[in-house]
Write a protein of this length. Structure first.
Length: 472
């Protein structure tokens, strides 16, 4: 068969790939983007991750607000959750985003947007099998791998036969689980835990570590767990799942807690123990591209693999698995290969947000990490109820925490568990990136009453370390 030649080929159209492709075309490069399916146009974020999950989180928040409306002086009947309609709303939002991405890519690439599964033939050539079974050979001077991740399936006896759910398949359920058991106490597991509890399911979360959210400081993790327990979510921590069996409409799990073996029964099991890289289908060995023990592709600070002229972007390269990181990977490639710059991923400040209610947002170092790195630190902590806007909106749950270098006054890190934390954390991040002292947030004139104003109060506690008595 004839080989089709390009300047650049991108395998996978996630955030990094779909943003890079039009930029390369605009720079005069003949570019092909290969995506495995029309239903994945735009990547995981808009199809199976950020956008659909947050759409369903919004529905769960509405149910929770209606259920608790009497606290606001509004009396109404209890909400009835129609999960099929929640799912249909989610599908509509996803479809709109996917169609917009398809339009943009077709406008930029035309026939060089190729649908099919790709694998390497050599370091410059890939084979693409199209949905109709045809095979195409594509060759390029430069190749970019952006194939993302998929749910990690742990080797638990009986699990594969049990009909488990993943973070993808659970968003297609149209009937509410009676008792949802979630394996995993990280971001994915906790978002679905609160969501389905608010929809009306009984929810049990199983985690192997001593605390949920093992990358957070224990005080923040305990604060999150306390809030979720108050909503009726059950937790089994320091727990190892030994086996799973599905019989009829019941799934049984055998677990070890300390020196005891216990049995737990539920109707559905959700796996939320992490993500696995989509590298095993690429035949990377043919190109000479190495992977680490977990299957991720190690890269340089400029996202280069071990093979010249092959780069790996987004989740596949083992960095933080966030869409905003994939976008910044694109910026690195554009700066270095199009704009003549010299940009790297060294020392980039990475914010994160757990989209429960209230949100948990974090940037920089935790207190534990700062101590491990040898910093002399000062720590400010404050209950979210101290923020006037939190009280007016009835959103008083949560804990705010900041870590500051005692010697320089620079903010080393911040964790915000409160309403609108995902928006507030950007203000802290900008101050950190500008490398200006925390006093800018302590003394800055911030709009009253807003949640961001709480940063005034939080950083003022570094001065007094005494309870603040706030008047509205």
């Amino acid at each position: 068969m004839d080989t089709e030649y390009y300047d650049d080929i991108i395998i996978g159209g996630g955030k990094a790939g779909k943003t890079l492709a039009p930029a390369l075309v605009a720079a005069g490069r003949k570019t092909a983007l290969v995506e495995r399916s029309l239903t994945m146009i735009g990547g995981g974020c808009i199809n199976i991750a950020c956008i659909p999950t947050k759409t369903m989180v919004a529905s769960a928040e509405v149910a929770h607000t209606v259920r608790n409306s009497a606290a606001y002086g509004i009396k109404t009947s209890l909400p009835t959750v129609n999960l099929a309609e929640v799912i249909q709303r989610k599908r509509s939002v996803v479809l709109s985003a996917r169609e917009m991405n398809l339009h943009n890519l077709e406008a930029a690439l035309g026939k060089d947007l190729i649908i099919g599964t790709a694998q390497f033939v050599d370091s410059k050539t890939i084979e693409v099998v199209t949905p109709d079974g045809n095979i195409r050979l594509l060759s390029a001077e430069r190749l970019f791998i952006n194939t993302g991740t998929r749910p990690l399936i742990p080797p638990i006896p009986g699990l594969k036969e049990s009909g488990f759910l993943t973070s993808e398949s659970i968003m297609e359920l149209e009937e509410l689980p009676e008792h949802l058991i979630i394996l995993g106490s990280g971001y994915i597991g906790l978002e679905f835990a609160q969501m389905f509890r608010r929809f009306g399911s009984r929810v049990t979360v199983i985690g192997q570590s001593e605390h949920i959210l093992s990358q957070q400081d224990p005080d923040m993790a305990i604060a999150v767990q306390t809030l979720l327990e108050r909503e009726g979510i059950e937790f089994l921590l320091k727990t190892k799942v030994l086996g799973v069996e599905h019989v009829g409409n019941t799934t049984k799990l055998w677990m070890q807690i300390a020196d005891q073996t216990i049995e737990l029964q539920g109707t559905h099991v959700l796996l939320a123990v992490g993500r696995a890289p989509t590298t095993d289908v690429l035949n990377l060995a043919a190109a000479g591209v190495v992977t680490d023990a977990g299957g991720f592709i190690p890269v340089s600070d400029r996202l280069e693999t071990n093979v010249p002229n092959i780069w790996a972007l987004g989740d596949i390269n083992g960095g933080p698995q966030y869409t905003h990181i994939a976008l910044d990977d694109y910026r690195i490639i554009k700066a270095n290969l199009i704009d003549g710059g010299n940009r790297s991923r060294l020392d980039r400040l990475v914010p994160s947000c757990l989209f429960i209610d209230p949100e948990l947002a974090q940037v920089g170092l935790t207190e534990t990490a700062a101590q491990q790195r040898g910093y002399t630190i000062r720590v400010a902590k404050m209950d979210a109820s101290a923020i006037p806007r939190a009280r007016t909106s009835g959103q008083t749950d949560g804990l705010l925490k900041a870590i500051v270098d005692s010697e320089t006054g620079q903010i080393l890190g911040c964790s915000l568990l409160c309403h609108a934390a995902g928006e507030m954390i950007s203000t802290v991040q900008m101050v950190m990136q500008a490398q200006i002292p925390y006093t800018v947030l302590r003394d800055g004139v911030l709009t009253h009453p807003t949640m961001t104003e709480g940063l005034n109060l939080l950083f003022a506690k570094l001065l007094t370390q005494q309870p603040l008595f706030i008047q509205i």
